[in-house]
Write a protein that binds this ligand. Structure first.
Ligand SMILES: [Zn+2]
Length: 381
């Protein structure tokens, strides 16, 4: 970051001032500039339900352990391999019986795509963790689950793609960070596609969130190497941002948790600013995230059962982005491609991208847009 500049300064006072500025820049959560917000892409036809590159391959039944599930896994893996090769892929596999399948062990595969600062040790990185489930309901047969959660998965693919160049640019500019300021926090981002969220018969503690339960347990019990900043992958999660049931028009997403209300406020702020700048397609009467001014005494202990629960129980900070009420067609055959409101899906893509770009402190890099990157590429040739 400013490390290279620091070395050129001879005056001790100026050096101290620069270090202070540098510290402030490092730790401040700064909103994206309007210029950066304007560069955030909508994804356009990639969200087309018939042949869009991101969404359409997910709009099939994808019950755990079936060929549809395998196809969607392949869609994620090939997308990152071909378009975002700097993201690592990790499979997390488990098996379980279910009340619908008797003694048969059903396989559940979570997929984790991750980008850390290239110089950072695995155990030293705190990670913004973006989560959606990709499995679909076992019954009714043929259920698609377009909002539950095909669209949220496609939104996360779009987010990854939209911040990828800016991340490279930032980390290339910083070089080996932390040599002058050793306590600078290393910040990475990971996208977790969870399997087995749905109950097979009816929602209970043991018949639901199969993939999330296995992953939380595994991450909590896989220690990082000694002297790591974070003892295990679970403790490396700075925020668990879970998207679910998104893609219906006019969603109303409350702020569920007081301890992460500050993060909700950032997400809501980003939405409000993008609306004012005319950058979103939808024109709802209320914001998607309307509870920015919720008071501390308005929070209750109630929450919606979902993939975050085993992480919440282990003390992870959760931002649950799920509408209340649920879409009217929730868990019916009408939760299909045709019932998606694509402007809403694309707006979610933009809002979450902006939030991630702020979290990862990519303002300067986003403002350069994608064009600069292409020019950089030409220079190298
Ligand atoms: Zn569901």
């Amino acid at each position: 970051m400013a490390a290279r500049g620091v070395r050129r300064v001879g005056n001790p006072l100026a050096l101290a001032l620069l270090l202070l500025v540098n510290l402030a820049l490092t730790f401040a959560y700064a909103p994206l500039s309007d210029a950066s917000l304007r560069t955030i892409p909508s994804g356009g036809s990639d969200f087309d339900i018939h042949n869009g590159a991101l969404l359409s391959p997910i709009l099939i039944p994808r019950v755990p352990g079936t060929p549809g599930s395998a196809k969607v896994q392949e869609h994620f893996v090939s997308f990152f391999r071909d378009q975002l090769p700097l993201w690592t892929v990790e499979w997390h596999n488990s098996t379980s019986t279910t009340p619908a399948t008797g003694d048969t062990l059903v396989p559940f595969s979570n997929l984790i795509f991750r980008r850390d600062p290239p110089w950072a040790k695995t155990g030293d990185v705190s990670r913004l963790t973006l989560v959606a489930h990709y499995d679909s309901l076992y019954r009714p047969e043929g259920f698609i689950g377009a909002t539950d959660s095909a669209a949220p998965c496609a939104v996360l693919m779009h987010v990854a793609r939209s911040v990828d160049v800016a991340l490279s640019r930032k980390w290339e500019a910083e070089g080996h960070g932390g040599d002058e300021l050793e306590d600078v926090e290393e910040t990475g981002v990971q996208i977790v596609f969870l399997d087995g969220e749905e109950a097979w018969v009816s929602w209970t503690e043991t018949d639901s969130i199969y993939g999330a339960r296995a992953l939380a347990e595994s991450w909590a019990s896989s220690p990082h190497e000694t002297n790591s900043v974070y003892p295990n992958p679970l403790s490396s999660i700075s925020l668990f941002l879970l998207l679910d049931l998104l893609g219906d028009a006019n969603p109303r997403v409350p702020s569920y948790f007081q301890n992460t209300h500050w993060a909700y406020q950032h997400l809501s702020d980003v939405e409000g600013r993008m609306r004012k700048l005319g950058l979103l397609e939808t024109k709802p009467r209320m914001q998607f995230l309307p509870e920015k001014d919720k008071n501390a005494n308005q929070f209750t202990r109630g929450f919606i059962g979902d993939d975050h629960v085993p992480f919440l129980q282990r003390g992870v900070d959760i931002l649950h982005v799920i509408p209340t009420p649920f879409p009217s067609f929730w868990h019916t055959m009408d939760d299909d491609a045709e019932h998606l409101d694509l402007p809403t899906v694309r707006d979610w893509g933009k809002i979450v991208t902006a939030f991630v770009a702020e979290w990862m402190e990519l303002d300067r890099e986003m403002a350069l847009g994608l064009k600069g990157r292409e020019d950089e590429g030409k220079d190298e040739l």
